[in-house]
Write a new protein. Structure first.
Length: 274
């Protein structure tokens, strides 16, 4: 989606169905851009696919060991990390030096009762993920080892984003709140209530705004983050009540994008809040 023109280009080759049964257990669940190519996980086909966005051609499809959820690119090691919470692991694939690069299985890293969601630092050296039972983990991507773990205050911890410039980690709790932490030591900085059904969360580093889509009530919370990491509600916007439209994203034009899966559409909001 071009955020300026709202023009949409469709990439084909993934699992499809004629009906939508709800939830997010079918087809593509996550995609990421890396070095000019798109990498997406197909939960139905149990594959990680490499796609050329210019031609739409699938260049490679590799099988996965368990049902995928997120895929993220680690620039420091030129690896794709796939979260497989059903299998309790990350599955890690390395890019070759060919043009275009090929994918090869590199390793698996176990995370009990997870990994749920994943965010990677800009330098690619550090990643963060959650367990479903209220814990957040810091990981060295080079060593593929856990370097810190802390309680995040969630009954069910789901989405996670990073304020890279300030070493702050934000976690979304399904029961309807967000919690801010110091990423260096796991110290809690603040907590903010939002509508129930919070899953994926998003962050705009230019505005220092956090976005929480409470899909149960169809409410999007816009929160400001001050220089101490304290969250303050700036606005509550009406979206679309749903039990399966939990996603939210931001773009460099200060837009907020929210999924409305039941209606098969994206909703765009301009962030004009202070």
């Amino acid at each position: 989606v071009d955020p300026a023109s709202e023009q949409i280009e469709k990439l084909d080759g993934f699992s499809t169905t004629d009906t939508y049964a709800g939830g997010h257990g079918f087809g593509v669940t996550s995609a990421i851009e890396a070095e000019g190519l798109v990498y997406a996980v197909d939960r139905t086909a149990m594959e990680l696919r490499q796609v050329d966005p210019k031609s739409g051609e699938t260049l490679q499809a590799v099988p996965l060991g368990a049902a995928p959820d997120y895929v993220r690119f680690v620039s420091a090691t030129r690896e794709l990390w796939v979260t497989e919470p059903g299998g309790g692991q990350f599955e890690i694939f390395a890019l070759s030096n060919d043009e275009p690069p090929t994918l090869a299985f590199a390793a698996a890293m176990a995370v009990a009762v997870g990994p749920e969601s994943m965010v990677v630092s800009e330098d690619g050296l550090t990643a963060y993920t959650n367990t479903f039972l209220g814990e957040t983990l810091r990981i060295s991507t080079v060593d593929r080892t856990e370097t810190l773990r802390w309680r995040n205050g969630c009954t069910l911890s789901l989405g996670i984003v990073l304020d890279d410039a300030n070493d702050r980690v934000f976690v979304g709790c399904a029961e309807g709140k967000a919690v801010a932490f110091d990423g260096t030591d796991g110290k809690m900085l603040s907590m903010l209530s939002a509508g129930g059904g919070v899953d994926i969360i998003a962050y705009n580093p230019r505005l220092s705004h956090l976005y929480l889509n409470g899909s149960t009530l169809g409410e999007l919370t816009v929160a400001g983050v001050d220089d101490r990491g304290v969250l303050t509600e700036l606005a509550t916007l009406t979206t679309a009540p749903s039990t399966n439209s939990s996603c939210v994203a931001s773009d460099p034009l200060d837009n907020i994008w929210v999924c409305d899966a039941n209606a098969g559409r994206l909703m765009r909001f301009a962030d004009v809040y202070e």
